[in-house]
Ligand binder design. Structure first.
Ligand code: NDP
Length: 332
């Protein structure tokens, strides 16, 4: 069976170039970190992927370790590509990463050439495709020489197993060095993937201006602060939410009264603008000229649809930005 993609799929989504590269990304991209592993219902995952593509979300982001178990999110996308989206491969940007622990022993973690290149081969096998569009180093490795890690990314591109190289979670100084090395190797860094949301504004200090001046794109991960900048928790902790699940990255204890007070105030601004809080939170990240795309997660198609509409949000006014800053305060 092959999915018949909506003929309207490019009608509303807007696209932006990754820095000075030729690669265009949808302003809203979909990540498969949560809710796409073997333990998630496959039909829901499939519905989100197909529904996203129908809305012009052409970019799906993975890592070797997404699941659980690790690797199974790549297998999920592989199944959907085989069954439904295979004929649309050239309309899709599929990324994956290596950098966190993936298999036992000294060669399944961090940033050696040995780890990165074998991990990419395994990712391609799980996805059932010949190449990924972007291959990232997932996090800096304090012990492997950066030259070796960047050399492995360049090799991945030269071999045709990846079309572009990217880095994730690198600080400003390491980013400058990595970008210079990849440029020297003739395989420029097209994309950096840092955390950026109303709850985590660290990139505003230096990284965004480094990326802008180096001509590197920026795709902001967890732009909804894992759900804490949406209306998800306004009425308590739903049993099917991330905070109620086993994820160590979001606990009910993270949903403090102080946080919920801010969420209510931000929700008020969103309502005045005639949009959902998730859409406001995404429009706020996308206001930065250096940000190419926001990389959302979702547990159901309705969330993907709600977030996709943020690409067409009216710009935030200076007064709205001032009010948001006042609500966020110094700690987001
Ligand atoms: P978000 O901050 O977008 O949080 C997603 C969660 O927010 C969803 O699972 C859902 O919660 C809730 N949500 C989403 N849309 C809505 C909506 N419209 N209304 C209400 N609630 C909503 O991102 P993630 O933390 O999931 O990360 C996104 C992607 O970023 C990952 O899949 C991955 O690709 C990438 N990433 C990369 C990292 C890196 O180190 N490079 C690290 C982390 C993420 P619920 O599930 O409760 O319904």
């Amino acid at each position: 069976m092959t999915h018949q993609a909506a003929s309207s799929r490019y009608a509303t989504m807007s696209f932006q170039r990754c820095g000075r590269s030729g690669l265009l990304l949808p302003r809203v991209s979909l990540g498969l970190w949560h809710n796409f592993g073997e333990r998630a219902p496959h039909e829901v995952a499939r519905e989100m992927l197909l529904g996203a593509f129908d809305l012009g979300i052409t970019h799906f982001d993975l890592a070797n370790n997404y699941g659980p178990p690790p690797g199974s999110a790549e297998e999920t996308l592989g199944r959907v590509l085989r069954r439904d989206l295979g004929p649309y491969r050239d309309e899709l940007v599929v990324s994956t990463k290596a950098g966190y622990e993936m298999w036992p022993g000294p060669y399944g973690n961090f940033g050696s050439r040995k780890y990165l290149l074998s991990s990419l081969d395994r990712s391609l096998a799980r996805l059932g495709i010949d190449y990924v569009d972007v291959f990232y180093h997932h996090r800096p490795d304090p012990e492997t020489p950066l030259e070796e890690t960047m050399g492995a990314l360049a090799q991945a591109v030269r071999s045709g197993k990846a079309l572009y190289a990217g880095i994730s979670n690198y600080g400003a100084a390491d980013t400058r060095r990595a970008v210079a090395m990849l440029r020297e190797l003739g395989t420029p860094c097209v994309l950096h993937q840092p955390a950026y949301s109303m709850l985590d504004r660290q990139v505003e200090r230096e990284l965004l201006s480094v990326l802008a001046s180096e001509g590197v794109g920026c795709i902001a991960f967890s732009p909804l602060a894992r759900g804490r900048r949406t209306d998800r928790y306004l009425g308590g902790v739903p049993s099917d939410s991330r905070a109620a699940g086993p994820s160590p990255f979001l606990r009910p204890s993270d949903l403090t009264d102080a946080l919920l007070t801010k969420v209510r105030s931000l929700d008020g601004i969103a309502r005045e603008r005639g949009q959902s809080l998730a859409q406001l939170a995404l429009a706020w990240v996308l206001r930065q000229p250096a940000v190419t795309s926001v990389l959302i997660g979702a547990s159901r198609l309705a969330q993907v649809q709600d977030c996709a509409a943020a690409a067409g949000s009216p710009p935030l006014t200076a007064e709205e930005l001032r009010r948001i800053d006042a609500i966020l305060g110094t700690d987001g």
